[in-house]
Write a protein that binds this ligand. Structure first.
Ligand code: SD4
Length: 338
């Protein structure tokens, strides 16, 4: 079982500077915060926090920095070091969204190191929201991204060879745990699929979110999950909050997970409760099937309150703000993995 990580007291100098600078209309001090999925979110938050902890640090830049930090780690299962699809190709999905409903996505993208930054370019330098496959790759190259060699990482190559023996597609619940390098590895490091998703609030009171993934390992060639789909894997509404998802993407898409949670939060439901209701909705579609699935949501509201809920136990998420840097256990629908 994961141990709760002790927080480090950080940014003592930055605290008064940021906390005093911005006050919400209600005179509440806006404190920047970032939350990220899984134990690997601990390091991702560090990268995001370097941006967020600056006086003018933007949530959008922070979430992109967090996502880049994990995409750049070739030993990890997000980005080009990740496991391939069943044809042996690594295909990447990512999206990003800011506080003004600007958003950009890429999916089924091959041989580009930082899909999150391509997604941001789609958002900022194209008339579109979503580019996929070859078109997304062409766009990335035109924007100055480099084409990588497309070889599998040594780890992915060996995982793929083992998988080829049976060639069965069967997602493993909570396989993400410990799959991303983190200060303390919490499980066996097995890799089946993975996603890094994070949402942040900056000291100006603006929210943003980013989600990056190689999708489910050994998926069908061409499969796209929830992660790059605005409204499913990620949604940001600056009047309400920011939500992102991890786990079996098909189930998240079915309920438009992130925007469903935002609409619940808009009606006054707290982040954790809203995540619980989304999980219950998925479970109620097919309770038997749900026993074999993991889906988890994390949510942050515009005041910095956060919460999460998962189908299965052992999902964790990481929080970084002016006072805390820690990994939190998350409540779940089922109390033990079946
Ligand atoms: C997907 N939601 O492609 C992603 C997978 C995931 O941790 O979150 N893995 O369906």
């Amino acid at each position: 079982m994961p141990s709760r990580r002790k927080f480090l007291q950080t940014a003592a100098i930055g605290l008064p500077l940021i906390a005093c600078k911005n006050m919400a209309k209600s005179n509440t001090v806006i404190k920047p915060i970032v939350i990220a999925t899984w134990d690997g979110g601990f390091n991702v938050n560090k990268a995001a926090w370097e941006v967020l902890n600056k006086a003018d640090g933007l949530a959008l830049d922070a979430v992109e920095a967090g996502a880049i930090s994990i995409e750049n780690d070739i030993s990890c299962c997000v980005g080009l070091g990740a496991n391939p699809d069943r044809d042996g190709k690594v295909t990447l999905d990512a999206c990003i969204m800011d506080h003004q409903f600007n958003c950009g996505s890429v999916a089924f993208l091959e041989r580009i190191k930082n899909p999150i930054s391509v997604a941001r370019k789609v958002m900022e330098s194209s008339p579109h929201v979503f580019l996929v496959g070859e078109g997304a790759q062409q766009f990335a190259l035109a924007q100055g991204f480099e084409l990588q060699d497309g070889k599998l990482s040594a780890k992915a190559q060996s995982e793929y060879e083992s998988w080829l023996i049976k060639s069965e597609y069967s997602p493993v619940i909570n396989v993400e745990k410990g799959a991303i390098p983190a200060p303390q590895k919490l499980s066996n490091g097995a890799i089946n699929h993975d996603t890094m998703a994070l949402v942040a609030l900056d000291s100006a009171g603006n929210l943003a979110g980013a989600c990056t993934t190689s999708g489910m390992a050994f998926k069908m060639h061409g499969r796209i999950g929830d992660s790059p789909i605005i409204g499913s894997g990620l949604y940001v509404d600056n009047e309400v909050g920011a939500v992102t998802a991890t786990g079996q993407g098909e189930e998240v898409i079915r309920i438009s997970g992130a925007s469903y949670i935002i609409s619940l939060m808009r009606s006054g439901i707290a982040p954790k409760e809203a995540c619980r209701k989304a999980v219950e909705k998925i479970v109620n579609i097919n309770p038997e099937k749900a026993k074999t699935l993991q889906v988890a949501f994390i949510a942050l509201d515009k005041n910095g309150n956060h919460g999460a809920f998962a189908i299965q136990p052992e999902f964790t998420y990481c929080v970084r703000d002016l006072e805390r840097e820690e990994e939190l256990k998350c409540d779940s629908y089922f109390k033990s993995v079946i």
